[in-house]
Ligand binder design. Structure first.
Ligand code: A3P
Length: 310
């Protein structure tokens, strides 16, 4: 099991038998019954696909590029619905005053319009999203799985739980086993296959890297917001890798500081790490890249889903 040290056991849940931390079991029922609102804005994604980047973009677009209010932590502006169920802060030798609030409650009690992040696969979403009785706007972010896998490996390393080398991690990643949120393809297709039923916009990490202003305009249109050219320019700068890396509201440094303080961080590192397309080429062996390419080909064959796989 290659998981966060703070939640070392995984269970298989939902129709897709998705790997989730055992601690999620206490949360599953609450999430199933979570009350969705039509004016919510949700971001759904598989981990390490550029979620944080997209969250900051979406929040800024919806809030007229309000950089001042955006100084508040992204976790508060755009809570991660199931975050509290993924690890147990009580195991971190922190003072109770340092525990984060229950993220489910934070999301639930936010004034509308609420902004909610989730990594949950479609099968584990709240019933009101699954049955279509509520239809908030959903933005789904995806990324080349080879880069997402390498990014996930480094993420697990920082959070202290990865007991494997990258090559073994990649094997399990492709098998959808031993990693929280299971198989990336089941995740993507769980949403993609419902694109005519959900009010959903698909965006890709690689598109954001290639031409961020174009993606900003597409998302603004989806959110029914009008931004001036000047606002788009300011936002593009705000969302640059360097700017986000140095922005404490979005770079999760305060969470990482807690880990450092409790000696749970095995390998020092940053959440906003390298931000490069195709970085996997420097880290994965040629054999693993070949295996990845075959796996990708097999999974997208016969579907209409397109992603840059270079
Ligand atoms: P790398 O580890 O490849 O650098 P998530 O938010 O889903 O966990 O995704 C994290 C990934 O998004 C990390 O990828 C991180 O560096 C990258 N990222 C975050 N902000 C970014 C930005 N402004 N520009 C480019 N990449 C960014």
């Amino acid at each position: 099991i290659l998981n966060d040290l703070l939640c070392p056991s995984l269970v298989l849940l939902g129709e897709d038998r998705t790997c989730m931390p055992e601690s999620f079991l206490n949360y599953a029922e609450r999430i199933k019954n979570f009350e969705v609102k039509n004016d919510d804005v949700w971001i759904a994604s598989y981990p390490k696909t550029g979620t944080t980047w997209a969250q900051e973009m979406v929040w800024m677009i919806a809030n007229n590029v309000d950089l001042k209010t955006g100084e508040k932590s992204l976790n508060d502006r755009f809570p991660f619905l199931e975050e509290s169920s993924l690890s147990d802060e009580k195991k971190m030798n922190l003072e109770p005053s340092e525990y984060r609030p229950d993220t489910y409650e934070v999301a639930k009690n936010m004034p509308s319009p609420r902004f909610i992040k989730t990594h949950l696969p479609f099968s584990l979403l709240p019933d009101q999203l699954k049955d279509g009785s509520k239809s908030p706007k959903i933005i789904y972010v995806s990324r080349n799985p080879k880069d997402a896998c390498v990014s996930y490996y480094h993420h697990c390393g920082i959070f202290g739980g990865c007991r494997a080398d990258l090559e073994s991690f990649a094997k399990l990643y492709m098998a959808g086993k031993g990693v929280t949120y299971g198989c990336i393809w089941k995740h993507i297709f769980g949403y993609w296959e419902r694109k005519n039923f959900l009010n959903i916009l698909f965006i890709k990490y690689e598109e954001m890297k290639a031409n961020l202003p174009v993606v900003i305009k597409r998302v603004a249109k989806f959110l029914e917001k009008k931004l001036t050219e000047e606002q788009i320019e300011v936002l593009t700068k705000h969302l640059s890798f360097e700017s986000m890396k140095n922005n404490r509201a979005v770079n999760f440094e305060s969470s990482l500081e807690k880990l450092r303080k409790s000696n749970l961080m095995v390998k020092d590192g940053a959440f906003i790490r390298s931000g490069v397309v195709g970085k996997y080429k420097e880290e994965l062996s040629p054999e693993t890249i070949k295996r990845f390419d075959e796996w990708i080909k097999k999974n997208v064959a016969g579907t209409s889903f397109e992603q840059e796989y270079d």
